[in-house]
Design a binder for this molecule. Sequence first.
Ligand code: CP
Ligand code: NVA
Length: 299
Amino acid sequence: MMQPRHFISLLDLSSTEFRTLIGRASELKHNRNPDFQPLKGQVLAMIFEKSSTRTRISFETGMTHFGGSALFLSSRDTQLGRGEPLEDSARVISSMVDGIMLRTFAHESVTTFAKYSSVPVINGLTELLHPCQLLADMQAYFEHRGDIEGKTVTWIGDGNNMCHSYINAARVLDFRLNIACPVGYLPNQAIVDAAGDRVNFFSSAEQASIHSDLIVTDVWASMGQEEEQKKREISFKEFQVNATVMNVANNDALFMHCLPAHRGEEVTADVIDGSQSVVFDAAENRLHAQKALLELLLS
Ligand code: CP
Ligand code: NVA
């Protein structure tokens, strides 16, 4: 059996492929042709262990635009939730559908699924990575400011799945990434090491934001960490994106957040609802960027 092409990490794309995908996403966004149905009759299975608004709606709508359909499968309602092995589930599900998107807790669940799937597997977020969001964020950056190569991006907050995907994006698209995280919440060391001099660490959010072209943050407690919320509010207090942080960045700096956001925690309302914020453009781009991805993997 020939191994299908998966999208587990941004490192699965070359820098040319990433840029081509962004261009294609913008094309699909601005010239939508309802007769263009490259995935007619194809089915994408979407397996969710966690909640989702954007990921579910964008993949489902994208498949419909392309003439196919998507199946929403909560792991609670399938045999996966009752302990059927991932290996068996991957073999069975992939024998019936044309692509599989998964949102899981453990990253290994997605890599195991990919190993046993006969069709492309897409990572719709794991505890380690969230590559689909980066396709959309980078599309938004390119649309507002042009190519991100050589620019400076600042990550403030938790060294989480989004932070890891920004580190990978810095490698593939060749930008500098400044990171400011509280002690104890640094990103995965292997992912950092692999990025070499693309990544620099700062102890304060303000220091990290000087001369930055894009400021990014995310919630302090991710899905599955809800019980740590109170403890994290204390540790992350100084790692908020607010007007002081935006003021030391470049005048034309953009602000991004994958959403959902907690106003007054990781970002103040004046920043996320202000003129430098492109969070809703990036959210909409989930649809367009993933259509470009589905086209690349499935058609
Ligand atoms: N940003 C993002 O992935 O949103 P959802 O959790 O709503 O899918
Ligand atoms: N870091 C967040 C992203 C949500 C889209 C989480 O994993 O919950």
